[in-house]
Design a protein around this ligand. Sequence first.
Ligand SMILES: [Zn+2]
Length: 66
Amino acid sequence: MEISHVVNDRVNEWCCTKCNKQVTNNIYGETVPLNDIYERINKSLAQLARKKAGRPARVIQKAKAA
Ligand SMILES: [Zn+2]
């Protein structure tokens, strides 16, 4: 198994190097098959992670100045 996509600190999508089967771990730490539902969940988790990685302090300063 190889990580195919890092979703956030806790969640990764994995791909089998032999048969290309895709799995992911969910927020409970369980390994589950990567189906449509988990793809959608992971997409929103990744979006949240990106927002958190931004610079909220600077955004707040800009908002005050405006
Ligand atoms: Zn396999």
